[in-house]
Design a protein around this ligand. Structure first.
Ligand code: NOJ
Ligand code: CA
Length: 546
């Protein structure tokens, strides 16, 4: 395979609203990110993914775009973004933007024109249908709860797979698709290296728009069976690859849930639709359904099976995008570890567990500090549009208010969106004024400045992981993946191998030492002092075989 720059990529994800405020309005911004590039360089990343920075009314914090060509004024100007891209390059870092192509904001000029008149050329850029029996065209439920249809003033309904302020684009319309491809080229001209691509598997809708059997007390049905990875989506994705990404050699990482192992070849194989896609099987393992209050009660064995199945499906096909956290997930120590298990060693072990899997690793802001969930007190404290919908759904399913709050507080996306913890000063050094979301109270101990000064910190451990990953970049990107210790309970262990080099990772999440009987080896990294014969409970070790 021809070597491309992104084969060595280590990606850091920034949520612009929460990374660094530079002008004291309590909201993170682009100059703030630029000011922190040295921090990212010191950690050792070489690629930076910015969650949406485009003009937006921020109903879904930028995943509702009102102008693809403009920067959201609360983040700065186009000049600020150009400066960030140039400065990042000077720090050896390439920039990825977040492409939202399934829907726009209802404030987008296309949608405003479509609403104004059914004869607007932009009407067909969206999905408008007549109602049935005085109600919406069908019983689909949006991903954020409630009917997926909203009635427009002229009587027809428009479809939204996410919030009502996020009308879905009509990919059946070639003029709409061309407009998106043109926009992608324009951003490549601004110097970005590629894109993370939002919710892309929802772009094709079953054109029959038929009802589904209701699956909840609201009488509605999840849209997924009619809107997720529908037959024919391949034509749109191949066209976009050929028209927009391939000519520019853009790196692309798609949020592509619902892709089956047998479809991976098309998606990420040789000349696939994307460079890589995220796997949800082990990051959503705590959920039984799409509802945050529906906990799966997973075990470490379930987790191991999910990771191993994903790694097996990639072998000889394409490359994965291992990650532990993102802006849609709760913090990983809270998800994977019980309260008494949340030690620095165990949090480092979680890092080691995923970071050396096959593909391109991603780190989400604050993960490298071991940030935890926020101690939420009231449903009114949440900003996220989907938290309120989940709360209402939980009540409708019969949970008490206290139970619903506990479930939402545990899983809420805002857990990942509280401000980055920089120092032990006021507002954790994020802003000089009160931030838009509360600062995690753990900041006097959990902050970047303190952790950068200690060799024993989670930050220092991440820096070491990144160094090792860079030193053996080909082995970790491309090498074989072999399961180890499959009989050991609450242990996830694997070997990566390439051209005679063998590196083994042992993660012990049990409460007993893991007996090892290793052939001659060198310890590359360990989460706590280990003896030669055993790996302590809630810790991990990585060795190279001699
Ligand atoms: C996935 C994004 O990651 C999430 O934050 C957003 O709410 C939805 N797609 C809708 O764009
Ligand atoms: Ca600001």
């Amino acid at each position: 395979m021809q070597k491309l720059w992104w084969h060595d990529a280590i990606v850091y994800q920034v949520y612009p609203r929460s990374f660094q405020d530079s002008n004291g309005d309590g909201i993170g911004d682009l100059p703030g990110i630029t000011a922190r590039l040295s921090y990212l360089q010191a950690l050792g990343i070489n690629t930076l993914w910015l969650c949406p920075t485009f003009a937006s009314p921020m109903v879904d914090n930028g995943y509702d775009i009102s102008d693809y060509y403009a920067v959201n004024p609360e983040f700065g100007t186009l000049e600020d973004l150009r400066a960030l891209i140039a400065q990042a390059q000077a720090h050896g870092i390439r920039v990825l933007l977040d492409l939202v192509l399934n829907h726009t904001s209802d404030q987008h000029a296309w949608f405003q024109s479509a609403l104004e008149s059914p004869s607007s050329p932009y009407r067909d850029f969206y999905i408008f249908r007549d109602g049935v029996d005085g109600g919406p065209p069908n019983n689909w439920r949006s991903n954020f709860g409630g009917s997926a249809w909203v009635q427009a003033p002229d009587g027809q309904y428009y479809l939204h797979v996410f919030a009502r302020e996020q009308p879905d684009l009509n990919w059946e319309n070639p003029a709409m698709r061309s407009a998106l491809y043109e926009m992608i080229h324009w951003w490549m001209d601004q110097g970005v290296a590629g894109f993370r691509i939002d919710a892309i598997c929802f772009i094709k809708k079953d054109q029959s728009f038929r009802d589904l059997p209701p699956d909840g007390p609201d009488g509605l049905a999840d849209v997924a069976p009619r809107c997720l990875v529908q037959p024919g989506i391949e034509d749109f994705l191949a066209e976009m690859r050929d028209a927009a990404f391939a000519p520019r050699q853009a790196f692309t990482v798609a949020e592509a849930n619902g892709v089956l192992p047998e479809q991976l070849q098309n998606f990420i194989g040789e000349n696939g639709f994307f460079s890589t896609i995220f796997d949800f099987t082990y990051t959503d393992i705590d959920l039984k359904s799409g509802n945050w209050f529906d906990a799966s009660g997973f075990t470490w064995r379930d987790m191991r099976d999910a990771i191993f199945a994903n790694q097996a499906s990639l072998q000889g096909v394409g490359h994965g995008a291992p990650y532990l956290e993102n802006h849609d997930q709760m913090r990983s120590p809270n998800k994977y570890l019980k309260p008494h298990q949340r030690t620095d060693s165990a949090i480092k072990a979680l890092g080691m567990l995923y970071f050396f899997l096959q593909g391109i690793p991603f780190v989400y802001q604050g993960q490298e500090l071991g940030m935890g969930n926020h101690p939420w007190q009231s449903i009114d404290d949440f900003d996220d549009v989907s938290s309120r919908a989940q709360y209402e759904a939980a009540l409708a399913y019969g949970l008490s208010e206290a139970e619903a709050l506990a479930a939402i507080a545990h899983r809420a996306r805002d857990n990942a969106r509280t401000p980055m913890l920089w120092t032990d000063a006021a507002h954790a050094g994020f802003s000089t004024d009160t931030p838009w979301l509360p600062v995690h109270p753990g900041f006097p101990r959990i902050n970047a400045e303190a952790q950068q000064q200690s060799d024993a910190s989670i930050w220092a451990f991440y820096r070491n992981m990144l160094r090792i990953r860079r030193e053996h970049s080909r082995l970790f990107f491309d090498g074989a993946f072999l399961p180890l210790c499959e009989d050991a309970k609450d242990v996830i262990a694997y070997e990566r191998a390439l051209d005679g080099t063998r590196i083994c990772v042992y993660c012990n999440f049990s409460d007993a030492p893991l007996r090892t009987d290793l052939p001659p080896h060198t310890v590359l990294l360990s989460t706590c002092p280990q003896t030669a014969e055993a790996i302590a409970p809630l810790s991990a070790m990585m060795v190279r075989m001699r």
